[in-house]
Ligand binder design. Sequence first.
Ligand code: 13P
Length: 256
Amino acid sequence: MRRRYVVGNWKMNKTPYEAQLFVEELFSVEGGLPEDVELGIAPPYPALDRVGATVGPSLVHLLAQDVYQEVSGPHTGEVSAEMLKACGVTQVIVGHSERRRYRNEHEIDLTRKIERLAEAYITPLYCVGETLGEREAGTTERALSKQMSALEAFPEAAPRGLVLAYEPVWAIGTGRSATPAMAADVHRALREMVRSFWGKEAAEKIRILYGGSVTPENAAALFEEEDIDGALVGGASLKVASFLAIARAARRTVPD
Ligand code: 13P
């Protein structure tokens, strides 16, 4: 059975100090962290080193929100996979729609980012999702399959530990989440694409998270869907209470 996974993408929020306070609060919650759910947090770059020192080797994964596609050199303002690794980062978000849209990132760049991560033994969390226009035009699957084509550069096997996130662009930060049925349909289609790339076992193993206005209120209904293996949470991950409420909703067996 796939282990559920809930990741907080903090985007451009929290200073290193605020990030540390979050982690300290997270680790001291009454009743502890849910045992059968993996957690991850993706602070902004300046907070990574400090948070990395605090989370240490625990069940809370430290993610970065992006990585540069070159190994090193004259790339002012960029950050390499090795630098992230040195901060304790074990996974990196690649292809978030905000970067595709505002930073003009295309599949060709994203493939290269995933290659750099693989070289540094870092797991990619690869995001895909259609725009409202694409959904309304009935071209959701075509849009997703174009985005998934960034993974075709890995014909032998999926990049180690690969996690996918389905984040419909129209659901991000809008308060308008996809319905559980809508998300589950897309997750099944993505799993089928994974099967066609790397076979049945890879498809059964891969975790596909849903992201887009996930809140403590709608999380449980989303997690009722077998194909939804967790969540990539933006706004609701900024407070320990709401992040944890979502993580608790992700438990497969909820004690009475
Ligand atoms: P929100 O949860 O704020 O809609 O953001 C989702 C997201 O983009 C996570 O990567």
